[in-house]
Design a protein around this ligand. Sequence first.
Ligand code: 5GP
Length: 194
Amino acid sequence: MKELEDRIRQEGVILSDTVLKVDSFLNHQVDTELALSIGREFGRLFADRGITKVLTIEASGIQFAMAAGIALKVPFVYAKKKKAVTLAEQVYSASVHSFTRQETYQVSLSRNYLGPNDRVLIVDDFLATGAALVGLVQIVREAGAELAGVGCVIEKGFQEGRRLLEDMGVHVHSLARISSMAPGEIHFVDNDAP
Ligand code: 5GP
């Protein structure tokens, strides 16, 4: 998605060979028009897949899941990282190891909002090691729902997330695929061809 790649080039801050900061427009302050364009793009890509629900994980996937839900005219739901007291016992859950934070946490989702009749699009802001998305795939499978695919806003293609998901038979579509980066330099998979 050219508009997204341009913004990453203009405003992204590459902190190291593996960490990209996009706080000014994607996941701290959010450019709402760009978020809606991202949702429309996911909507276009998954239009004929019979999606009934968009699933993400709090917090930084929420704006894109909502935008995709608007485009597809379906609800979105997000997995919670801390079990709320109001969530009672009826939850699907998966454990996720965060390599950025070096901690393992539980994600959970009420059984009321996902079930065998659902056809799910999973959306998230970043695909890096894939741990968070693998947790969501496990939740979809536990619910007996059908997974139509995973949509990521930014994929760091040099990390192992895509391979991990594809090994699970999951179709992955990312709007900006970074092939390599270093402070002051970034390359995308599609646009770098000579
Ligand atoms: P995972 O390693 O499970 O694929 O990524 C987990 C989460 O870490 C992502 O959803 C995203 O919120 C965050 N993350 C991973 N890599 C980056 C990065 O380079 N920049 C930012 N801002 N967040 C990241």
